[in-house]
Design a binder for this molecule. Structure first.
Ligand code: SF4
Length: 73
């Protein structure tokens, strides 16, 4: 199982992650940042275990994020 890690406080709200992978992301109406759906908060990050079939696209999303705050481990 792979983990997706989001450094949410550094998000600039561009919406690319949401546009690319709507199953995992939504945009917050409250602060305009991306939210990793059902992720667990760990210190300043949000962590989500993702399914094997979501992994390839999640890796593309991580590369596409302009501020590089999405990590796949
Ligand atoms: S792609 Fe990166 S900066 Fe843009 S909304 Fe998603 S997490 Fe935030």
């Amino acid at each position: 199982m792979s983990k997706l890690i989001h450094y949410r406080d550094k998000c600039i709200g561009c919406g690319i992650c949401y546009e690319m992978q709507q199953d995992l992301w939504r945009m917050s109406k409250r602060d305009g940042k991306a939210t990793l759906i059902k992720a667990e908060k760990k210190n300043k990050t949000f962590v989500l275990e993702i399914k094997e079939w979501d992994k390839a696209l999640a890796a593309e999303v991580a590369v596409a994020c302009p501020v590089k705050i999405i990590k796949l481990s």
